[in-house]
Ligand binder design. Structure first.
Ligand SMILES: Nc1nc2c(ncn2[C@@H]2O[C@H](COP(=O)(O)OP(=O)(O)OP(=O)(O)O)[C@@H](O)[C@H]2O)c(=O)[nH]1
Length: 390
């Protein structure tokens, strides 16, 4: 598929940057337009693969942001984006939307800019274009505390209500044991970029490909068209693809397909993808629709293997809506299976974030009430004889 890709806030921009890096390393052509939007000037200097003129600073004249970020305040994040909407709209004007099949807005839901500004940007995109708008959102870890959970619970509602699909990434599930906040982001972003680019980049090639079973962008759009929350599974295995391998040449010359072996390999790989650590841990059977993309050298792809994997997922998810297709990559050194589980409803992490958010909201209200009382007591004279001016 051809994508317009927009990163909002610090994490959102870093993830888009990693997507561009991964697609250029693997000769894919997914992100036809990229843009990053931020309230922090310093964060805008971080991406390595986003052209300078595709970096948009918002809120530099806002009282609370002043070009230094919004300090985790989701309401300020949203306000800044609303105030600077003309500038954001002008940046969109450069996007030739006829070139793209869909738009992806990527942000973290725990900070202030991503969680607040991204939903405002999404709403505007939905008004401006007919193409589907997807969200790719990072959920904060439990260890980060109540405030990020509250941001995430509020922002999640806006994301889900305003996007055609929300693909989630759970920081908690991906943090390695012993890692602190901040450690491991680089690796996590790479893992997420690998999954999202392998999935959405299927079917875009430099040259015409004649794969019998090739994935089409309309299949991806169809699977994502649920207005729900999605999770992605992935597995890959290295293959011996030196192009002129003797075995491959022998097979080609004799038109032999090593069907039994490659079919079993593919079936196993797809099962491994579904049982792997998902971007958002969930009950697989709660998905509404699923899609399998098998990416690798054409000699490794097997129609029989893909079909049996498709049937297995059909039973596993208990849905008849399972689409599958190949993404042949002539020079790939790995065979990868990516599985999109669309509209999953049993997601323990989202439930936990909502509970953590309710607790945080109550605690914040309590603390504010105590603080107000303390201030009132401090300035009031003991006997209440002195009146305020106004
Ligand atoms: N997966 C992942 N999560 C990140 C990364 N950087 C920050 N986070 C998470 O994102 C949240 C903070 O959001 P940021 O994107 O840093 O902040 P922001 O949206 O720019 O908002 P402000 O800093 O408040 O202006 C926290 O929950 C972090 O754990 C990253 O590179 N990868």
């Amino acid at each position: 598929m051809k994508l317009g890709t927009i990163g909002v806030g610090n994490a959102g921009s870093k993830i888009v940057d990693k997507m561009v890096e991964f697609e250029s390393l693997t000769n894919r052509k997914l992100c036809r337009h990229v843009m990053v939007i931020n309230t922090a000037r310093t964060d805008l200097t971080k991406p390595d693969h986003i052209p300078e003129n595709r970096r948009v600073l918002i809120g530099d004249t806002h009282q609370k942001a002043k070009g230094h970020g919004v300090g985790g305040d989701v309401d300020v994040g949203a306000e800044v984006a609303k105030n600077d909407m003309d500038e954001i709209r002008r940046a969109f004007d450069d996007v030739d939307i006829h070139e793209v099949d869909a738009i992806l807005v990527c942000a973290s839901l725990g900070g202030g800019t991503g969680s607040g500004a991204a939903p405002v940007v999404i709403k505007e995109l939905q008004k401006m274009y007919d193409e589907p708008v997807y969200g790719l959102g990072v959920l904060p870890g439990k260890y980060e505390g109540g405030r990020p959970a509250l941001n995430a619970a509020r922002s999640l509602q806006s994301f889900v209500n305003n996007t055609d699909n929300f693909i989630a990434f759970d920081n908690d599930a991906w943090r390695s044991k012993g890692q602190t906040v901040g450690e491991g982001y680089e690796g996590m972003n790479r893992e997420l970029a690998t999954r999202i680019v392998t999935l959405l980049g299927a079917g875009e090639y430099d040259e015409a490909t004649t794969a019998e079973n090739a994935m089409d962008s309309s299949d991806i759009i169809r699977t994502l068209d649920t207005n729900g929350i999605s999770s992605i599974g992935y597995a890959s295995t290295t293959v011996n693809n030196n192009g002129d391998g003797l075995l491959n040449r022998f097979r080609e010359e004799h038109e032999i397909e090593d069907t039994t072996n490659s079919a079993a390999k593919i079936n196993g790989l797809v099962r491994r993808a579904v049982n792997s650590r998902l971007t958002l841990p969930c009950e697989v059977s709660s998905a509404d629709r699923a899609l399998i993309v098998l990416s690798g050298p054409p000699s490794e792809l097997s129609r029989k293997g893909l079909e049996s994997a498709r049937e297995w997922i059909e039973k596993e998810v208990d849905t008849v809506e399972v689409l599958a297709g190949d993404d042949p990559r002539e020079n790939a050194s790995a065979l990868s299976a990516v599985v999109l589980l669309s509209n999953v409803t049993e997601t323990p992490r989202i439930k936990a974030i909502q509970e953590q958010a309710v607790e945080a909201q109550e605690k914040i209200a309590e603390q504010e009430a105590v603080r107000e009382e303390e201030i009132a007591n401090l300035i009031k004279d003991k006997d209440g004889k002195i009146d305020p001016v106004i």
